[in-house]
Design a protein around this ligand. Structure first.
Ligand SMILES: [Fe+2]
Ligand SMILES: [Fe+2]
Length: 250
């Protein structure tokens, strides 16, 4: 029996990460015009027509309400559903103050085309690395075993081989991996590393989204600008658990 077309149609998710906007729209981040670089992605996002956009942290460089309002204004007409997690440069309360008003979702679980999109918080505003305590890991236990899941977390839950950013990973990542064991998680997607990374841990794909503002060379001992311009990661998610991913560039 053929399923109706609608039942087999994928949803398109776009992960935007590490935009590092400041209160001043002209401010530069690592020498790059953060607002202008984000804006270069608009035509490609309009062409992609995402059903859901996930902002995976470091939306702001200075946690100013103005920076969150500008991001909100940028994405609100680009997808019908927007979700977010904070990064180490963000302040969760300030973000929530703006994004709640715009109807953006903080999860911890957002449903999208038969998938469970899980939004986990690894960030602390007073430290650059990430950590998840029991309270932050607890939502994982709520995952429904019968539907595929995609997990978002800001910090890298494995080393990406990049000295300048592997100084600030998710610490004690085994706590996350232990909790995910046996769950229907296809991939863990993160930001924070400002470069493209695609790896795997215990059969779960581990994928970064590059920054929309500034990206760095992997092997360098300290941040060194790379050729990777403003970019993002997209996912297509089919209800039967099939999925694919790729990069969105301007
Ligand atoms: Fe960042
Ligand atoms: Fe970060």
């Amino acid at each position: 029996m053929n399923l109706p077309a609608a039942a087999s149609k994928p949803v398109t998710l776009l992960q935007l990460s590490d935009s590092h906007l400041s209160e001043d729209p002209q401010a530069r981040y690592r020498g790059q015009p953060a607002d202008a670089n984000l804006a270069t992605l608009r035509p490609a996002i309009q062409e992609l027509k995402p059903d859901l956009i996930v902002l995976s942290g470091d939306v702001s460089e200075d946690a100013s309400p103005a920076s969150y309002w500008r991001m909100g204004g940028f994405v609100r007409d680009l997808a019908p559903q927007i979700a977010w997690i904070p990064g180490n440069h963000d302040e969760r309360e300030v973000m929530a103050g703006v994004f709640d008003e715009l109807g953006f979702e903080a999860g911890p679980v957002v449903e999208a085309g038969g998938w469970q999109v899980m939004l986990l918080d690894s960030a602390w505003s007073d430290r650059p690395d990430g950590e998840m305590n029991d309270e932050r890991l607890a939502p994982i236990d709520r995952l429904d075993g019968s539907a595929p899941a995609l997990v978002f977390v800001h910090h890298q839950p494995l080393l990406v081989g990049s000295p300048w950013i592997d100084k600030y990973p998710l610490v004690e990542p085994h706590r996350l991996w232990d909790r995910l064991a046996g769950k229907p998680v296809k991939a863990v997607a993160f930001g924070h590393v400002h470069q493209v990374f695609e790896g795997e841990h215990d059969g779960i794909a581990c994928l970064s989204a590059p920054s929309t503002a500034a990206n760095g060379v992997r092997e360098a001992p300290r941040f060194t600008p790379s050729e990777q311009g403003p970019s993002a990661r997209w996912f297509r998610l089919w209800p039967n658990g099939r999925w694919e991913t790729g990069l969105l560039v301007c």
